[in-house]
Design a binder for this molecule. Structure first.
Ligand SMILES: NC(=O)C1=CN([C@@H]2O[C@H](COP(=O)(O)OP(=O)(O)OC[C@H]3O[C@@H](n4cnc5c(N)ncnc54)[C@H](OP(=O)(O)O)[C@@H]3O)[C@@H](O)[C@H]2O)C=CC1
Ligand SMILES: C[C@H](O)[C@@H]1OC(=O)[C@H](O)[C@@H]1O
Length: 255
């Protein structure tokens, strides 16, 4: 297999489970040393680092809640201390506490904004400042969502954060292009992870969601590995400000 990220250092937020974990392990499979952030799941983070090391790469787990802006500078500093540089930054950490619109608790709304969008802003800023200082460009990838483009009845607090991430990558692509830093997003459809385990425990809902996907199945976290590694790699050297749907065709499936 051609290793697309040989010699690179990759940072991934929210990588103790799900899509972030798959992205981190995928980056290691492609020859990168990988630092991961997580907020609570110590066992998950440790096992992700163990997987990275099993692939012959260096791994590091740094605990921190991304809703605190200091987590961003700390994560980048710890990764640089361990690996000397940051080449690729994947902003993945996110939450989606499903709730109806009319009685949305203020705390649920604010927490979702702070983790998914404010956290991303300061993480991307910290990673970008490090890349600018290094002076040899870099790649930033945000895990946005198909939900940046379409709505969800129980996601009125969540979908604006995903549209915000999509927009953040477009604006940072402009702000950082002169430094050779590319900024893109992936837009996953429905991927089977802990974030939607309760929602999809309803058989009828799960069958409905599966039925919307032309490729005939819901996604798995490692379906994101290839798209994220591609955008991180030099194969995507002229790609910036772009977004890549990874949804089995769900978005285009009107009828
Ligand atoms: N699954 C899906 O269908 C889709 C998911 N996405 C997006 O993908 C991203 C990953 O979600 P997914 O893998 O599904 O979900 P998971 O719940 O499986 O994983 C979420 C990850 O984020 C971490 N995390 C949560 N809150 C914080 C925080 N405050 N600070 C740092 N880390 C945090 C968790 O770590 P810990 O438990 O240690 O806190 C965990 O590692 C999210 O941004 C989500 O919006 C986008 C489209 C579809
Ligand atoms: C958590 C949901 O299942 C998931 O989140 C997204 O961003 C997708 O659009 C799905 O709704």
């Amino acid at each position: 297999m051609t290793k697309l990220l040989e010699g690179k250092t990759v940072l991934v937020t929210g990588a103790s489970a799900g899509i972030g974990r798959a992205a981190a392990i995928g980056a290691a499979r492609h020859g990168a040393d990988v630092a991961i952030n997580f907020s609570r799941d110590v066992a998950g983070a440790e096992s992700a680092v163990a997987e990275i090391e099993k692939l012959g790469q260096r791994g590091l787990a740094v605990k921190g809640d991304v809703s605190d802006p200091e987590t961003a500078t700390d994560f980048v500093a710890r990764a640089v201390e361990a690996f000397g540089k940051v080449d690729v930054f994947v902003n993945n950490a996110g939450i989606c506490p499903f709730h109806a619109f009319l009685d949305m608790p203020v705390e649920t709304f604010e927490r979702t904004m702070r983790v998914n969008l404010h956290g991303a802003y300061f993480m991307v800023q910290a990673a970008a400042n490090q890349m600018v200082k290094q002076g040899h460009g870099g790649a930033i990838i945000a895990v946005s969502s198909i939900s940046a483009l379409v709505g969800g009845e129980y996601q009125t607090h969540y979908t604006p954060t995903k549209a915000g991430l999509h927009s953040l990558m477009q604006s940072t692509a402009i702000a950082l292009g002169r430094y050779g830093i590319r900024c893109n997003s992936v837009l996953p459809g429905t991927i089977l992870t802990d974030i939607n385990k309760d929602d999809l425990a309803d058989d009828e809902k799960r069958r409905y969601m599966e039925g919307r996907v032309p490729l005939g199945r819901l996604g798995q976290p490692d379906d994101l590995e290839g798209p994220i590694v591609f955008l991180a790699s030099d194969l995507a050297r002229y790609v910036t400000g772009a977004s890549l749907l990874v949804d089995g065709g769900a978005f285009v499936n009107l009828q």
